[in-house]
Design a protein around this ligand. Structure first.
Ligand SMILES: *Cc1c(COP(=O)(O)O)cnc(C)c1O
Length: 389
């Protein structure tokens, strides 16, 4: 038996006719960029998230860059981010000249730790005056925001983060790339900060047939600015109010996504059922003494973009599973604060102990709506076999 980490063809088979029916008129009319097809998808995203401002863009990366540009983040600014995330979280703001301030995670949820955020601000920044953002004690740079990442499909602990942001009058930019329709106290991921960014990279829970992304915001002025900046800074052709970029979504992607978004809740439910099945299989094999399954606090819904366990002898287990045709992956093996491109920021090993520990211990197992009981049973039998040796 083969248990691939992910099988996108299995999902395509279930929606093939609807997708072809949706993309055909786009091809027939050759209305390929933005337009009514994209607007229809923007309305669907607005409905899903409950957020009025809804902007379809070219990728999750461009969503974050565009949000940062519209918020005016730049060379004098700092933004707090986790180090345990996909590169784009920090890379996008660094591209704008912002200094990423890496903060440690909560070891149970793997998301940004509000305690660590509060401690970092109290230790490194001073507040000067009521309306000014906190200023770094040594560099004089301004702390402008916190960017929590809703990692693996589960929201970060938003209330304390929003509270810290309110105290210091800084922005909360949500990286919801992995967490579309995840909930925190009933609120959708991406709807709680000033702006929420999503990715529709094909492997995400809602995946396009290529690159695509999205932004939502409850701030009308910011929404308008981001909408302008998506098309080179102007609503009217050849008139540019600000300098923007090309971050438009293709109509073909919007057509595919409009078909797929109707299935999203069902697909998430199927992921949750498979996650629960993993845990009961671990229990059956006595594995819960050895491996730690994902932890979901009672105020959250996990959408299992990834099903990530923490386990001893992680790399040997991974090799063993590979030999048995069971896919697995490490998200993420190298923390961002120790990446070569950020060497100039002066971080060293040991600075973020929980992040560094997680990079050595986590392993993602196959999870997707079409994953069968037989495949899961086989994967867990192999894990049990490995730990019996
Ligand atoms: C996928 C991802 C992104 C970037 O999205 P792209 O669509 O690939 O550009 C950003 N942040 C996180 C956490 C992601 O997982």
């Amino acid at each position: 038996m083969k248990v691939p980490l992910l099988d996108l063809t299995a999902q395509y088979k279930t929606i093939k006719d609807d997708v072809i029916a949706a993309i055909t008129p786009v091809m027939e009319t050759q209305m390929l960029i933005l337009g009514a097809t994209v607007e229809k998808f923007e309305a669907a995203m607005s409905e899903l998230t409950g957020v009025k401002g809804s902007i379809a863009v070219s990728s999750g990366t461009d969503a974050i860059v565009l949000a940062g540009m519209a918020l005016g983040l730049g060379h004098e600014d700092d933004v707090i981010v986790p180090s345990f995330t996909f590169f784009a979280t920090a890379g996008c703001i660094a591209r704008l000249g912002v200094r990423p301030v890496f903060v440690d995670i909560d070891p149970k949820t793997y998301c940004l730790s509000p305690d660590a955020v509060a401690k970092t601000i109290a230790r490194d920044y001073v507040v000067k005056g009521d309306d000014a953002p906190p200023v770094h004690r040594k560099t004089g740079r301004k702390l402008r925001g916190i960017m929590p990442v809703h990692l693996y499909g589960q929201c970060a602990d938003m209330d304390p983060l929003l509270e810290i942001a309110e105290i210091y009058r800084i922005h909360v930019i949500e990286d919801a790339a992995q967490a579309i329709d995840a909930r925190y106290k009933g609120k959708p991921a991406g709807s709680m900060g000033i702006v929420g960014c999503y990715s529709f990279y094909p492997t995400k829970n809602l995946g396009a047939f290529g690159d695509a992304g999205h932004i939502v915001s409850n701030d009308p002025a910011l929404t308008d600015l981001m909408r302008k900046m998506r098309v080179h800074g102007g609503h009217q052709r050849y008139f540019h109010d600000v300098v923007g970029m090309n971050a438009r979504m293709d109509a073909l992607q919007a057509a595919v996504l409009t078909v797929k978004i109707k299935h999203l809740k069902g697909w998430i439910k199927a992921r949750q059922e498979r996650a629960a099945r993993y845990v009961s299989l671990f229990e059956k094999h006595g594995l819960l003494k050895t491996i730690t399954p994902p932890f979901t606090p009672p105020d959250r819904d996990h959408t299992y973009h990834q099903f990530v366990i923490r386990c001893p002898k992680r790399d040997a287990l991974r090799d063993f599973l590979k030999a048995a045709d069971v896919g697995s992956e490490v998200y993420y093996p190298h923390p961002l604060h120790l990446q070569k491109c950020f060497a100039g920021l002066g971080y060293k090993e040991g600075d973020l102990p929980e992040t560094e520990k997680a990079t050595r211990e986590v392993l993602a197992l196959p999870i997707y709506p079409e994953l069968s009981t037989e495949q899961q049973t086989f994967a867990v039998e192999k894990i049990a076999e490995f730990y019996r040796k």
